[in-house]
Write a protein that binds this ligand. Structure first.
Ligand code: FAD
Length: 344
């Protein structure tokens, strides 16, 4: 019987587990139920008292490393905290969210424990053993991994499991003490860009809205309407809270003198050489739907596209619904509907 430890951390508020952590809780609870294993949770946070009345009761044992030094992400303190939690729980399998906070420390923690680690895990299978599935070659090949060596650390990609929504209740938390190395890094705060591409990328949004190069191409009237395109897209993002993705052709245009949408950068690019976001729904507009772009849509649940071209890649089986229509007209109408809906 494999004992399982789920490592978690707080979100920015310091009073709740992060979304990725809640997903790891779900994965751990499911795996433990399937294997009949013992399940332990570990948390790294600033103040475990703030958490203790509000944590999932899916497991019986909660361990915490808490205190001022653990309120902020920092390599040395986070790695020491997770190492101490693992030594206290002595697990065979360690599950943790692939958050920026844990992704940078977990290989080191696995090494300190003499364990092995695999990252970007999308699914955990197996009824008698642990089988971890992940994607390779830009989400084109799926592999299922097994390992003999223990402890085995699995970092779970966020968005792959439903966040835990089961029972929460006050819990008795066992505190684990940590001897910290002398800190060389002091966290003085967080700065988040409000404007530009960073503000348009919303990994937790229900909808991914993709803009393609068609938005800045000559339209049936022989003119380019880049400014109008920018206004329509921003208005839609504002009204729908969607996340903004782009094709490579559109974000590359800045370099070759074609009109550009000023709020787009390569951070928005979806595809083989861009990102592979996870959203329940996606809407592509003015985009041809070529394979190097669509491979970035692997984890988008329901796919729709608006294109003028009835022979575009989307219509050849890559989208669930394709509207052969002018995206300028469709999005103008959609924005008007969103506005009237919001005004009600
Ligand atoms: C090695 C390699 C890696 C690549 N990586 C990526 C990647 O990561 N991501 C990526 O996106 N691409 C990538 N590409 C490029 C990819 O192959 C395509 O060239 C690119 O995705 C095309 O972008 P697009 O569909 O926006 O533009 P286009 O092919 O120019 O298509 C524009 C579309 O807009 C439509 N349109 C125009 N006006 C309107 C309108 N008013 N209403 C509705 N539709 C309209 C047109 O009919 C056309 O179908 C890569 C290519 C290579 C070789």
């Amino acid at each position: 019987m494999e004992s399982i430890l789920v490592l978690t951390h707080c979100d920015e508020t310091g009073t709740a587990l992060s979304k990725g952590s809640l997903e790891a809780v779900t994965a751990g609870a499911e795996l433990a139920a399937r294997l009949g294993s013992t399940l332990t949770f570990g948390v790294v946070c600033g103040d475990s008292e703030k958490l203790s009345s509000n944590i999932p009761t899916a497991g019986t044992r909660w361990l915490a490393v808490s205190g001022e030094a653990f309120a902020q992400p920092r390599y040395a303190s986070d790695a020491s905290a997770c190492e101490a939690l693992c030594r206290a729980a002595q697990p065979a399998i360690v599950l943790a969210p692939q958050s920026s906070r844990f992704a940078r420390i977990m290989a080191s923690v696995a090494h300190r424990l003499g364990g092995r680690i695999d990252t970007h895990i999308a699914e955990i299978r197996g009824t008698n053993s642990v089988e971890a599935a992940r994607w390779f070659y830009r989400q084109r090949i799926e592999a299922v991994l097994t390992r003999e060596s223990r402890p085995w650390f699995l970092l779970l990609d966020t968005g792959t499991h439903a966040p835990y929504t089961g029972e929460v209740a006050p819990a008795q938390i066992e505190h684990v003490s940590v001897e910290l190395p002398a800190a060389r890094t002091t966290v003085i705060g967080t700065r988040t860009p409000e404007q530009g591409a960073a503000g348009t990328i919303r990994p937790d949004a229900k909808l991914l809205f993709v803009a393609g190069a068609g938005w800045t191409k000559k339209q049936p009237d022989g003119q380019i309407h880049a400014a109008e395109a920018g206004d329509l897209i921003l208005k839609f993002l504002q009204g729908s809270s969607a996340s903004l993705g782009s094709s490579k052709s559109l974000v590359d245009q800045g370099g070759d003198g074609t009109p550009v949408l000023p709020f787009l950068t390569h951070l928005n690019q979806v595809g083989q050489t861009g990102s592979t976001p996870r959203h329940p729904k996606g809407l592509a507009t003015c985009c041809h739907g070529e394979e190097p772009h669509v491979v970035g849509w692997r984890f988008i649940g329901e796919r729709r596209a608006i294109s003028l071209d009835p022979n575009c890649g989307w219509t050849r089986g890559k989208a669930d619904v394709v509207y052969i229509a002018d995206a300028f007209q469709v999005m103008t109408r959609v924005n008007a509907l969103l506005e009237s809906h919001g005004a009600q």
